[in-house]
Write a new protein. Structure first.
Length: 382
């Protein structure tokens, strides 16, 4: 890999808070873009206080998605501040990321129409809650609300249990990913047209795409998707099993792997039984099959089964806790845990490699307003 990252020379202005826009900004920054984070005077991004734990006065979560950025602190209601930001974007920015309330920036002359009139090559990305049309377009939203309203929450957990939130901000982070993809596509098109454009993404749209397989299944057969715990609706066996001492995950995703699994469990007759011979039959008879497999798994410890399943080429693994994940050899070999260049914070790097090398731009998170000098056009030009 060359020393120049793919987005070197691109300047991004991030008018965002919390997670979606900052996550998109972190991705673009890690790929080489200069990211200028715009925060409110006083307390700054809400995520600065989303702890404990705290590191150097800001929540660890804030460091995770804001490392390597610059920070300017201002009040958009101050005409001078708004004008300075408008000038920065009009003359020195390639991309704007914003996830404030829909339409709120337009009253300060910072909406997409205003800024693209001043800078036709500008790519302006809106990261909203529910999209730009429809009855919920003005409704504020966070990740759990998107999980609830999109149906995602109805899919998580075991049958008969209360609704459970996916304990990862999948919609915030997913929306940041879609924003980055949209911005990259727009930058590519700008190379041939010279024109920027408006890119729009939202938490709700992202959530619907995560549920795309379940939605497609429902539209095909009218059957409501169920909850399967560690399993999945369309493949059996494809779930966690309790061993003598600990659970393991087993993913026998086709008939060939199922036959191997039965051989490992000394239950070859199950692979020949018409009740279980095909995946469709196994799905139809899930409970009967899982009960038989579970009874065998309980007879020996997890290490025994994992070794035997690995030997047979059956996808499997232990169910690790976070402390085990960060220490395990595969994580270390991938060099995915990075340390900011000031040595203060460990973060997860980008899951992308170029020429076998991972982008290694891990600057520290900025102090609030640390780079306000960037608003001074004369000083920035020097």
């Amino acid at each position: 890999m060359t020393n120049t990252l793919p987005l070197a020379g691109i300047r991004v202005v991030e008018i965002g808070h919390s997670l979606a826009a900052p996550y998109a900004g972190m991705i673009l920054g890690s790929l080489g873009a200069e990211v200028i984070k715009v925060e409110s005077e006083g307390n700054g991004d809400y995520a600065r206080d989303w702890g404990p734990p705290f590191i150097d006065g800001a929540a660890a979560l804030f460091h995770a998605v804001n490392h390597g950025k610059s920070s300017v602190a201002l009040s958009l209601s101050d005409p001078a501040h708004a004008a300075a930001l408008r000038d920065l974007i009009a003359t020195r920015a390639d991309v704007v990321l914003q996830n404030l309330k829909a339409g709120s920036l337009a009253k300060y002359g910072l909406g997409p129409a205003d800024l693209r009139a001043l800078n036709p090559g500008l790519i302006y990305c809106n990261l909203g809650a529910f999209g730009e049309v429809g009855p919920l377009r003005d409704k504020p939203g966070y990740d759990p609300l998107a999980q609830a309203l999109s149906g995602l929450m109805s899919l998580v957990g075991h049958p008969g249990e209360p609704a459970v939130r996916i304990p990862v901000s999948v919609n915030d982070m997913g929306t940041g990913l879609w924003a980055a993809i949209g911005v990259l596509a727009a930058l590519l098109r700008r190379q041939s047209t010279g024109e920027g454009e408006v890119v729009s993404v939202s938490l709700y749209e992202t959530a619907l795409t995560w549920a795309s397989m379940q939605i497609t299944d429902y539209l095909a057969n009218g059957v409501m998707p169920g909850r399967w715990g560690s399993g999945t609706a369309a493949i059996v066996p494809h779930q966690a099993f309790e061993c003598e001492d600990a659970p393991i995950m087993v993913a026998a995703g086709n008939d060939r792997l199922f036959a191997r699994l039965c051989a490992v469990l000394d239950a070859g007759h199950l692979a020949e039984d018409p009740t279980f011979r095909s995946n469709g039959a196994r799905v139809a008879n899930r409970e009967a099959l899982v009960e038989r497999l579970q009874a065998v798994f309980r007879t020996k410890p997890a290490a025994h089964w994992l070794a035997a399943l690995d030997e047979a080429g059956i996808p499997c693994g232990p169910i690790l806790t976070v402390d085990q994940v960060v220490r395990q050899e595969q994580t270390r070999a991938l060099d995915l845990i990075k340390t900011t260049d000031d040595g203060a914070v460990q973060v997860v790097g980008l899951p992308i490699s170029f020429g076998g090398e991972r982008p290694d731009r891990i600057g520290r998170a900025p102090r609030l307003g640390e780079h306000n000098h960037l608003l001074d056009a004369k000083e920035a030009a020097e």
